[in-house]
Design a protein around this ligand. Structure first.
Ligand code: PEP
Ligand code: MG
Length: 602
């Protein structure tokens, strides 16, 4: 990517306080000056018909460019490993693999030889064709991989042009990056100490940039469509990664408000003495707060935030940028052992691969008419049995300390649970027969994400070791609202009485059957919703580690008995907005230290 000082093409850039909505990919607030990375500013190159005598020269230029691109990518990979830990450097592996692929290089060289065209044009035409093919693919993850090819093409063209790019690692001022998309190698090149936040036209929750932003705690908004048209380098911008909004050219009062909001956000999440205090209400009810983890490099900071083990390890994140190469058994054993070592007595719940649906899928299982209702979660694992078996073997082998648990996603029938348990028992038997060291003591939990599973929870509770409510999906399926569709986002209502009643039912079942019950959806990271859940009787929450101090603070400011009464009133109400109003009115009265301050900060 190149640095641009070009004027914004949009007339809107003159207006102040322009608010552009997008997808909040990483929470938090950033206030600063924009640095726009502009792809239209890339070097121009042309079709040049060459003579037979020039072919050798062009092929040599290509060979040199391949070698130089390889050296550059290797350097970035090493730097990334150094900055973020080796588990992130795999992002560059896909690039290196494509670049070093014989067919890829040969095809470009053949284009020069056969069509008698210059090296630049050969790179552009071949990569354009590959990108077009990727874009046709149904699978969202694979479609996104076209950006890897574009990234390589751009690097090769830059090298061929002899142009040196602005080096993002040499940023000397703090900036907010604005770009069409942030490509993996650009992310790798960035000097993160200088990047306050970023906003992009494209990208989604699972794009690399979003995941890295979350892991590094950099606020980010993606999928804004028109951010690059509305911002030029040097413009003041505010990124609200929590709300999913960018404010371009904010007025002074707005900047002031957001600086306060930023301070509050940072302060509330600062790991401090709170980390060692119990999450206990004023009337002495203890709540367990565990961590939701997606990336291995988050593991080491868990104790800093006071997490009591891992309540949800989203193991499918291991697949990012890996397909079609799946992580092998040894690699998984190593990772799960790290989870086990880092979480001690509290242990870790590893959710077995939750692939399919709006997430990544496996080869051969991509295209479906209605993926959210299709082959996802446990349904896919029970079909892709080799993948499932490898994962289970790795978990059983890594469980030497006996502190690992597995959780099964998207269970909707008791038969599914029984078959999965049988499958796990078979894997144990195979390990035993082969005399492979493992710990067969592995509690099995069921994610309650499907309304049918919630209704039948008493049956599941008798056959599982614990239940874990996944409200992100439970809301989606209970209210029939696609969790990623902006058009129906207004109907995605965590405080809908239908959900509250469902959760109250699950609490009753867990008490009757005496089975541990946890909750690990995003609701657990929202102070008002988390307190509402405690009022409904939930005693264990799992959430993004950086939000644990905030939620602990909220818990330590309330009386359980009062919020229980409040929620029994809420259960009589008929809509989410009535519940929201009740909580907004009552919580600041009940817990002024926390909630009055929270509403004053807006
Ligand atoms: C959930 O559905 O609430 C959940 C925790 O799982 P995910 O968000 O990964 O689907
Ligand atoms: Mg889910």
């Amino acid at each position: 990517m190149v640095f641009t000082n070009q004027e914004s093409s949009s007339t809107k850039s003159a207006s102040r306080d322009l608010r552009l909505p997008g997808i909040g990919a990483s929470p938090g607030v950033a206030v600063g000056r924009a640095l726009r990375l502009d792809e239209s500013g890339r070097h121009q190159f042309y079709y040049v018909a060459i003579s037979g005598g020039q072919v050798r020269r062009e092929v040599r230029r290509l060979r040199e460019a391949f070698a130089e691109a390889r050296a550059q990518l290797q350097e970035i990979k090493d730097k990334l490993a150094h900055q973020l830990g080796s588990e992130h450097s795999y992002i560059l592996d896909a690039h290196l693999m494509i670049l070093e692929d014989d067919r890829f290089q040969t095809e470009i060289k053949q284009a020069v030889r056969r069509r008698k065209i210059n090296a630049e044009w050969a790179v552009r035409s071949v990569t354009d064709r590959i990108i077009a093919a990727y874009k046709q693919v149904q699978d969202a993850y694979l479609r996104e991989r076209s950006t890897d090819i574009e990234d390589i093409a751009s690097r090769l063209l830059t090298i061929l042009s002899g142009h040196t790019e602005f080096n993002l690692s040499e940023l000397t001022e703090n900036v907010i990056i604005i770009a069409e998309d942030i490509w993996p190698s650009t992310v790798a090149e960035l000097n993160f100490n200088r990047v306050l936040g970023f906003a992009t036209n494209s990208g989604g929750q699972t794009s690399h940039s979003a995941i890295i932003a979350r892991a590094l705690n950099i606020p980010a908004v993606v999928g804004i469509h028109n951010i690059t048209q509305n911002v030029r380098t040097g413009d003041a911008v505010i990124i609200d990664g929590t709300l999913g909004e960018v404010i371009v050219k904010p007025t002074k009062p707005v900047i002031r408000d957001y600086l306060i909001k930023r301070e509050t956000f940072v302060e509330e999440r600062r790991p401090n003495k709170q980390a060692t205090l119990p999450a206990e209400t004023l009337d002495g009810v203890r709540i367990t707060l565990r961590a939701n983890v997606e990336l291995p490099n988050e593991i080491e900071s868990l104790s800093l935030f006071g997490a009591q083990g891992i309540g949800l390890y989203r193991s499918e994140f291991m697949f990012l940028n890996r397909l079609p190469d799946l992580p092998d058994e040894e690699e998984q054993v190593e990772l799960y052992t790290r989870l086990s070592d880092a979480t001690g007595e509290q242990g870790a719940s590893i959710r077995v691969f939750d692939l399919g649906g709006d997430k990544l899928s496996l080869q051969g299982f991509e295209a479906e008419q209605n993926p959210a209702l299709g082959l996802r979660g446990i349904r896919l694992s029970m079909r892709a049995t080799a993948v499932f078996q490898t994962q289970l073997k790795a978990i059983l082998r890594a469980n030497r300390r006996g502190n690992l648990r597995v959780v099964l996603p998207l269970i909707s029938t008791i038969t599914e649970l029984r078959l999965a348990k049988q499958f796990i028992a078979n894997v144990k038997r195979e390990l035993a027969d082969s005399h492979i060291e493992h710990n067969p003591n592995l509690p099995i939990g069921v994610m309650i994400e499907v309304p049918a599973a919630a209704m039948m929870a008493d049956i599941f509770a008798r056959e599982a070791n614990f239940l874990c409510i996944g409200t992100n999906d439970l809301i989606q399926y209970l209210l029939a609202v696609d969790r990623a569709n902006e058009n129906v986002a207004y109907l995605y209502q965590p405080l809908h009485p239908a959900l509250l009643r469902t959760i109250a039912h699950l609490v009753r079942v867990a008490e009757t059957v005496q089975v541990p019950l946890e909750l690990c959806g995003e609701m657990a990271a929202d102070p008002v919703q988390a307190i509402a859940l405690i009022g409904l009787g939930i005693r264990a929450l799992s959430l993004v580690p950086a939000s644990i101090p905030l939620i602990k603070n909220a818990i330590r400011s309330i009386e359980e008995e009062q919020v229980r009464e409040l929620m029994s009133k809420a259960m009589q109400l008929v809509s989410a907005s009535e519940v929201e109003e009740l909580l907004a009115r009552e919580l600041p009265l009940q817990a002024p230290r926390f909630f009055a301050a929270l509403s004053a900060k807006g």
